[in-house]
Design a protein around this ligand. Structure first.
Ligand code: BG6
Length: 300
């Protein structure tokens, strides 16, 4: 499907093709379409077709788990500030715009499923004239979000080109926290990290718990597959990643936030980004090969 065809996925057409009791299609902020997943057990999630960005995940017993900036801009040109923006094919700055183009493109829905305990939706982005003008590669990228008591995100990137494909990938998840000063991250102790604030110099984090009391922007390499977010040293979120070696810890803190038009000056106090990805060593796929990775999020 081309992006022209993707645009023809009106809410009515989406509802007819993929809608059901647990899966509905609605018009959201900025007039952009989104899909809402809602289980009979009271869990819900919202995913915009714009960037396939998941903007909300509510757990029945404990409410919203993700941070979404009150000043987030919902427009075709801008990435959403919050939720889970998808980073592809480039992490950070480079020849493409920051974090690549996937988070700014219209994705299209290709599948939805539901049963008594889980519902899911899959969205796809493939190369078109627009992406090839920026990045001359043919690919198909698919993401499936499944909602049960957990939230699972599975990604595949297929190389449909005749040449090798090289890219980075990350789930740029913004976890909502009550107070950044009381937040810590477990699982990064003893790991080498590249410090984005110090020209990517490498250091080792020796702290048992990574706390955040100033701007932090680090790529932890070969991080364990289980990483935990704690509030007041009590577990609030378990992140399980597969086939993504790296984890980024990011919070812009006060000064950096002032320069961000889509983030209120004190909003940095209410989130921490723990991003799972394949970043330090880009993925290389030969023609016909497929990269698969997944992330699962669960509250205690
Ligand atoms: C993080 C990067 O992943 O994303 C930071 O490590 C960057 O360097 C941050 O500032 C936010 O990026 P953006 O493009 O969404 O403002």
């Amino acid at each position: 499907m081309t992006s022209k065809q993707a645009c023809s996925q009106t809410i009515e057409v989406l509802e007819q093709q993929f809608g059901g009791r647990e899966v509905s299609f609605l018009q959201g902020r900025g007039g952009l379409p989104y899909v809402r997943l809602a289980t009979s057990k009271g869990h819900s999630a919202e995913i915009y077709l714009h960037g396939a960005t998941l903007t909300s995940w509510c757990v029945e017993s404990s409410g919203e788990q993700l941070f979404l900036s009150d000043s987030a801009i919902f427009s075709a040109e801008k990435a959403v500030r919050g939720g889970i923006p998808l980073v592809f094919p480039q992490f950070g700055p480079g020849t493409l715009a920051s974090h690549g183009f996937a988070r700014n493109r219209p994705w299209h829905v290709v599948e939805s499923k539901s049963n008594s305990s889980e519902c899911s939706v899959a969205l796809q982005l493939e190369d078109d004239e627009g992406t090839r003008a920026l990045w001359p590669n043919r690919f198909v990228c698919r993401i499936r979000y499944s909602l049960s008591t957990k939230l699972q995100a599975e990604v595949t990137v297929s190389n449909t080109d005749r040449q090798a494909l090289q890219f980075q990938w990350a789930f740029h998840t913004y976890f909502k926290v009550a107070d950044i000063a009381a937040t810590s991250v477990r699982g990064l102790s003893g790991l080498p990290y590249l410090d984005n604030l110090k020209s990517k110099q490498s250091f080792v984090d020796q702290r048992a718990l990574a706390t955040i009391s100033e701007e932090v922007d680090r790529i932890y390499c070969d991080a364990p597959d289980i990483i935990e977010v704690l509030e007041h040293e009590i577990l609030s979120m378990t992140i399980e990643k597969n086939q993504m070696p790296d984890a980024v810890l990011w919070n812009p803190w006060a000064e950096k936030s002032k320069g961000m038009s889509d983030l209120a000056p004190d909003a940095y106090r209410r989130f921490v980004c723990v991003e799972c990805g394949a970043i330090a060593k880009p993925i290389v796929l030969n023609p016909g090969e497929v990269f698969s990775a997944s992330m699962s999020l669960a509250t205690p």
